[in-house]
Design a protein around this ligand. Structure first.
Ligand code: ADP
Ligand code: MG
Length: 341
């Protein structure tokens, strides 16, 4: 075959392979867009574990009618314009790929209204084979994105979907993680029309009540809370002390500038601290929020942005490790805590 350009649809489907692994990845991308749009009320409606439908409503700033088509195009974003913007990025998105990718492997409808539009507009596309059509619609200020029949045109991908129950659990995990770092926003989750979860917004953005509603009051009551800073890095953390009792890593959450991730350096620093204080543990439980100058972190490392690169990795690592060590020294050993309960 001679060398030829991929069609835009095929290019999007290939990109979708990187970011759209399963329904939960769609939920993650859409929630991040809602939060980037300043929404503080988000409703998530899932049908059949996301196999059939994922619909997310937000009260964010909306998308102007004349930008609807662009929103669905690859490499089109309102979040960065220059390399310098990328270097001090605070938004969750910046690649301009999510909607293009998702719409290339589903039937997507985007309905939106901005504050200065009298009516809402809707763009529909089906696997992006046809041109996007835009028509008037009814919607309050904000955006609803409806993703139906995910992977309907990519059977190889569809085969990898697990049961509805499993896919829904992945979706719940994504929502928990995002809810943990956006306490000022409310989240409502429905599955097959039934309310499954509701996280109420805290106008002040207090973290402890949100952590309690996501992970349970018991976790917050038993955890040691630290709020420390060093050389411009700030860390707010809740460190669990029932770590030896847990065999899975379902209670390890770390955030860098609001972005949830499973970063190796952070994980390593925390584990090292736990191990040096309490010996080898299975899986410590913790929620850690790091805030630092966005110029000191590179978020453009992984398409799904699960990892970051720190400008001063060693410093960040040692700061986390030492702070966690100090805090753990101050509380009782997990075993002795168990005895006292
Ligand atoms: P990115 O988030 O990387 O910019 P996306 O493909 O996820 O790329 O979204 C493309 C653009 O569409 C965004 O830059 C934003 O302007 C707009 N957009 C997407 N979702 C929303 C939303 N829920 N509310 C407002 N604007 C949105
Ligand atoms: Mg995005």
């Amino acid at each position: 075959m001679p060398i030829q350009f991929l069609s835009p649809q095929l290019a999007n489907q290939i990109a979708a392979g990187e970011v759209v692994e399963r329904p939960a990845s769609v939920v993650k991308e859409l929630l991040e867009n809602s939060l980037d749009a300043g929404a503080d009320r988000i409703e998530i409606d899932i049908e059949k574990g996301g196999h059939k439908r994922i619909r997310i409503f937000d009260n964010g700033k909306g998308i102007p009618k004349d930008e609807l088509q662009l929103a669905l195009s690859r490499h089109a974003t309102s979040k960065i314009a220059t390399l310098d913007d990328l270097e001090h990025i605070l938004s969750l998105g910046f690649r301009g790929e999510a909607l293009a990718s998702i719409s290339s492997v589903s039937r997507l409808t985007l309905t939106s209204r901005t504050a200065n539009q009298n009516e809402a507009w809707q763009a529909c596309c089906e696997g992006r084979e046809m041109a996007v059509t835009v028509q008037p619609a009814a919607h309050p200020q904000g955006t609803t994105i409806d993703v139906a029949d995910l992977f309907y045109n990519t059977p190889a991908r569809r085969k990898f979907l697990r049961t509805e129950k499993t896919e829904f659990q992945h979706i719940e995990e994504v929502i928990k993680r995002i809810a943990l770092s956006y306490p000022h926003a409310s989240f409502l989750l429905k599955h097959n029309g039934k309310l499954v979860k509701r996280f109420i917004a805290d106008k002040q953005g207090a973290l402890a009540p949100r952590i309690a509603s996501v992970l349970g009051q018991k976790f917050v009551d038993n955890a040691v809370h630290i709020n420390v800073d060093y050389e411009g890095i700030q860390m707010d953390a809740w460190l669990g002390n029932e770590s030896v009792l847990r065999s899975s890593n379902d209670c390890q959450f770390s955030f860098v500038n609001g972005r949830g991730m499973r970063d190796k350096l952070i994980m390593h620093a925390i584990r090292q601290a736990y191990e040096s204080v309490w010996g080898v543990l299975e899986q410590p439980s913790f929620v850690v929020y790091l805030t630092l100058d966005p110029r000191d972190v590179d978020v453009n490392v992984h398409p799904a942005k699960h990892e970051v690169r720190f400008q001063q990795g060693r410093l960040v690592h040692d700061f986390i490790c030492k702070s966690v060590c100090d805090a753990l020294h101050a509380i009782s050993q997990p075993e002795s805590h168990e005895e006292t309960v």
